[in-house]
Design a protein around this ligand. Structure first.
Ligand SMILES: *Cc1c(COP(=O)(O)O)cnc(C)c1O
Length: 362
């Protein structure tokens, strides 16, 4: 094994040293002016990155906690929701709705493709009682980015709210919450935001707050109203993940120093580079609408996908495999967050070696 271990997985992602150092400092108490200042600064930064003036609520959970919060705070038993289902994370929204007795109208796509906004428009016009549309910005399991801007244009003229899970895409794929008429943005800490897992976010539009006031699904820890009341005073209803919040403030300072749009541009260039290098190696890109956060390539014929990932791990490089129906068929390389061009080059070079080794063996 040469050099340090390198995570090129779509969450968790590598954490810059300056953030690790910040998080290694002694713990502080959260009911203090010092903590409230950190929290307020982090929230202001998140608004910049989400491109919204909406309130942002922070939960101590993995990303799925905020996905669940977006369901239980807006809907009531027997409500109907449209769920765009093009991979594992679309499926998760559907499972969450079903767990709470919400009727799911699924828009299923071939994995690796994005939803046709016209299909969403038609489904909404045929189901006027739909309360919410759930969709991902980047469907991480297929490395596919969805056209949220077009979907937002459609949903905004209906009574339904648009809920977008940006957990993996944020910071890599373009996203503009307010301009694109998104009502709830769901985020998480361990991907583009470059900090460890454990924080999750919901940004909430006025249209969504109206629905929140009518929702009767059970909730306690994830109750938006509790967090809203606190956040107005730069406070939190329960003990926050203090250390992660301190890390988040640092991460935001790093992103703001580069500039949110510059950061997205860099990730766009890096992902294009990654795709073109993979193609030069004779590999096929899996997604028809590839994300800038993570790239999926087809495992070449005759090569065992599991063995490929394992051989890379022995060289200190972690790629992600395929999930569910894509297991063994694709491998995924993340380029989100703090992952650099140099990291990608290291991953690509190891991949070249491993493919050669496996070709010889077969
Ligand atoms: C990682 C991810 C999540 C959240 O998963 P957790 O394991 O709960 O953090 C949700 N949606 C997408 C698109 C993701 O990539």
């Amino acid at each position: 094994m040469t050099g340090k271990k390198l995570l090129l997985t779509p969450g968790p992602t590598p954490i810059p040293e300056e953030i690790q150092e910040e998080m290694a400092k002694p713990i502080m108490h959260h009911r203090t002016p010092q903590y409230r200042e950190i929290f307020a600064e982090a929230n202001k930064g998140l608004k910049n990155i989400f491109k919204t003036s909406a309130d942002i609520l922070t939960f101590t959970s993995s990303g799925t906690g905020a996905m669940e919060a977006s369901v239980v705070n807006t809907l009531s038993k027997g409500d109907k929701a449209i769920v765009v289902r093009g991979g594992k994370f679309g499926e998760r929204f559907a499972e969450l709705c079903e767990a709470y007795g919400v009727g799911v109208i699924a828009i299923d796509m071939k994995w690796g493709t994005g939803p046709d906004p016209k299909v969403i428009e038609k489904t909404l016009s045929e189901n006027k009682d739909v309360k919410a549309v759930f969709v991902n910005l980047c469907e991480t399991s297929t490395a596919t980015v969805y056209d949220i801007e077009s979907i937002g244009r459609i949903v905004k003229d209906t009574p339904a709210i648009l809920v977008v899970d940006v957990i993996s895409g944020l910071g890599s794929d373009e996203f503009k919450m307010d301009e694109w008429h998104v009502d709830i943005t769901v985020g998480g800490s361990q991907k583009g935001l470059m900090i460890p897992p454990g924080l999750a976010f919901c940004a909430i539009s006025k249209k969504a707050w109206d629905l929140v006031s009518k929702s009767t699904l059970p909730k306690y820890y994830l109750d938006f109203k509790k967090y809203k009341k606190s956040v107005e005073k730069d406070d939190v209803p329960f003990t926050p993940a203090i250390t992660l919040e301190i890390g988040l403030r640092k991460a935001i300072a790093i992103i703001e120093k580069e500039g949110v749009d510059n950061s997205i541009k860099r990730h766009t260039d890096d992902a294009e580079y990654l795709r073109s290098e993979l193609k030069k190696m004779g590999l096929e890109i899996f997604s028809k609408s590839p994300s800038n956060a993570v790239t999926a390539a087809m495992v070449p014929q005759g090569i065992d996908g599991g063995a490929l990932i394992k051989a890379l791990k022995q060289k200190g490089i972690t790629f992600a495999g395929g999930q569910a129906e894509l297991k063994g068929k694709i491998f995924r390389i993340a380029s989100m967050g703090a992952i650099t061009r140099k990291d990608l080059d290291r991953g690509l070079s190891a991949l070249k070696d491993v493919l050669k080794e496996l070709e010889v063996k077969k």
